[in-house]
Ligand binder design. Structure first.
Ligand code: GRF
Length: 201
């Protein structure tokens, strides 16, 4: 019986900071049967710790400082140029803290996903853990979704929940959710890239 040769989807990860989700994706992608290969990491912040981690893991990692550009479109044009230069087919946003314009998002239809630390559609945007605690929610969690032109609103791919306990603080809740994120994101990436036939344009 001959083994099927898996075509790995050429994937980039966009980050802004620590890169723990990025690390989980790179680690998962080294398995022979994982359908994506992480070929590039881009940070919009020069000091993102994740850049060093990615390089240490053998993945090219570059910074494109959004502050060096006159506006969102100019920054995104630089981002797009790099993604195309590396022949990237799929993009994972992982703790990437820039809002992307519809003009950029439309260039990656069904090819860009994001992880968000809440049970979407609850708590789009920032400070999700504080908002879940403030609301007295019994559960919180994380969501991987397709990126659409509206912030944190694209179709949901996978979610994972955590129970909120009485002694939870923002930090303890963030930690509990992050543990789930690191398991959820690789699973969701597998599901997302299996969504299409990559042999077709
Ligand atoms: C994660 O909670 C992610 O969901 C959120 O920011 C955090 C990023 O952490 N958007 P990291 O950079 O992956 O460590």
């Amino acid at each position: 019986m001959s083994a099927t040769i898996l075509k790995k989807v050429k994937t980039a990860i966009l980050i802004s900071g620590r890169g723990s989700n990025m690390t989980a994706l790179i680690e998962a992608s080294t398995a022979d049967d994982f359908p994506a290969k992480i070929e590039l990491v881009i940070s919009n912040r020069l000091d993102a710790k994740g850049l060093l981690t990615a390089r240490a893991m053998g993945v090219p990692a570059i910074a494109i400082d959004h502050k060096a550009y006159t506006g969102r479109e100019a920054f995104e044009a630089a981002l797009q140029e790099k993604l195309l230069a590396f022949e990237i087919e799929f993009v994972c946003c992982a703790g990437f803290m820039r809002v992307l314009t519809p003009g950029f998002v439309d260039q990656w239809p069904r090819r860009m996903i994001n992880i968000h630390p809440s049970l979407l559609p609850k708590y789009k945007g920032l400070n999700t853990h504080a908002r879940a605690l403030e609301a007295g929610d019994a559960q919180h969690g994380c969501t991987v979704h397709w990126v659409s032109s509206e912030l944190d609103s694209g179709e949901i791919i996978l979610q994972e929940t955590v129970d909120i306990t009485r002694d939870d603080t923002q930090d303890s809740l963030a930690q509990k959710v992050l543990e789930k994120e690191l398991i959820l994101y690789p699973k969701a990436l597998i599901r997302a890239v299996s969504d299409r036939d990559w042999a077709k344009p």
